[in-house]
Design a protein around this ligand. Structure first.
Ligand code: ZN
Ligand code: ZN
Length: 341
């Protein structure tokens, strides 16, 4: 089968065409023919050698496709079904899997593009533990966006325990995870303050449901906005999708007892955390990784019902993976880049 693989760590040009044998699904696995695979900021970090993907890896963890075969131990009618996949195949047996916290499982086949070959390919293996059937109303390209670009935000909002009536500040709100987090927080009944670095994204973020949109705000502006939303001591929750560029000001925007969830790390490195602020305000700083299968099921349902509208994607053929990465690096994309084999 054809793949795009990492010839080295570096710029977009290190993504080159390659070929591999079609993978053999284990007895409890599915063989999925990839129909679409999203290109994520995570992939750009992996390409540069900043994550756990060695040279030779096939990246891609945002996968939708059709089940072509199932191992002998697979229960249920999977062959022929269109599916979206969670980024990790968990083991299904460890204490984390039993608790439903499958993003923490380290005993299964693992994370696409790092622990096992990813979706920049014609086929991947999957499992009933990470595959969710797609209804006809959700096309393949949209399906590829659901677990990472949408499900990450849902998982983060659940990790923060967001309740209806709370005020949620979303940083990096114009980005792929951010804009869907705005929609999902609205869906959960929260009032949303969207923070973006791009003045051109104010109108789309209002359309996505943000009550307020702030462009590169300082602490004073965020306090003014929060006070206007009946939160004179600060917002209830921050979903931080960018990391270093916004963390310090976002943390200061929280009310006493507020919660900040880190989901994005666009500029890897340490963050400035004022311990006095965290102690005196009794803040919670949490991490949230990727969706579990139950989160993806909920996202598929929300999208099929029209409650959440995934950001439109731009599609490249798999053979132009390097061009898709160049567009990602240049930040010229409107919506997610998606590769189709
Ligand atoms: Zn992703
Ligand atoms: Zn497990």
């Amino acid at each position: 089968m054809r793949v795009a693989e990492l010839a080295a760590h570096g710029g977009p040009e290190v993504l080159v065409a390659g070929s591999r044998p079609v993978p053999e699904p284990a007895a409890d696995q599915l063989l999925v023919r990839v129909a679409a695979c999203g290109v994520c900021g995570h992939d750009a970090l992996a390409r540069r050698g900043l994550l756990a993907a060695p040279v030779g890896s096939v990246l891609g963890h945002e996968i939708a496709g059709r089940v072509e075969a199932a191992g002998v131990d697979v229960v249920g009618d999977w062959v022929g079904r269109r599916v979206a996949l969670v980024q990790r195949i968990p083991c299904g047996r460890c204490p984390e899997c039993a608790a439903g916290t499958t993003a923490r499982c380290r005993q299964g086949p693992g994370f696409y593009g790092e622990d096992l070959p990813g979706g920049y390919a014609e086929y991947v293996v999957a499992s009933p533990l990470n595959a969710v059937p797609l209804p006809d109303a959700v096309d393949d390209v949209t399906g590829a966006l659901l677990s990472c670009a949408v499900g990450t935000g849902l998982k983060a909002l659940r990790t923060a325990g967001v309740r209806a009536g709370e005020v949620v500040l979303v940083t990096g709100a114009g980005g792929g995870v951010g804009v869907h987090t705005v929609q999902l927080a609205r869906h959960l009944g929260a009032t949303v303050v969207a923070v973006t670095g791009d003045a051109g994204k104010v109108a789309p973020l209002r359309d996505a449901g943000a009550a307020e949109v702030a462009v590169r705000p300082d602490g004073r502006e965020l306090r003014r906005i929060a006070a206007g939303l009946d939160r004179p001591r600060g917002v209830d929750v921050v979903v931080e999708t960018t990391g270093a560029p916004t963390f310090a000001v976002a943390l200061r925007a929280l009310r006493p007892g507020g919660r900040l969830v880190l989901v994005g790390n666009t500029v890897p490195g340490d963050l400035p955390l004022d311990p006095g602020l965290v102690i005196v305000r009794e803040l919670a700083v949490l991490g949230s990784a990727h969706a579990a299968r139950a989160d993806l099921e909920e996202v598929v349902d929300l999208v099929a019902r029209g409650a959440v509208h995934p950001l439109a994607a731009q599609v490249w053929p798999l053979t132009e993976a390097a061009a898709a990465h160049a567009a990602l690096d240049a930040r010229t994309l409107v919506g997610r880049a998606v590769l189709r084999p």
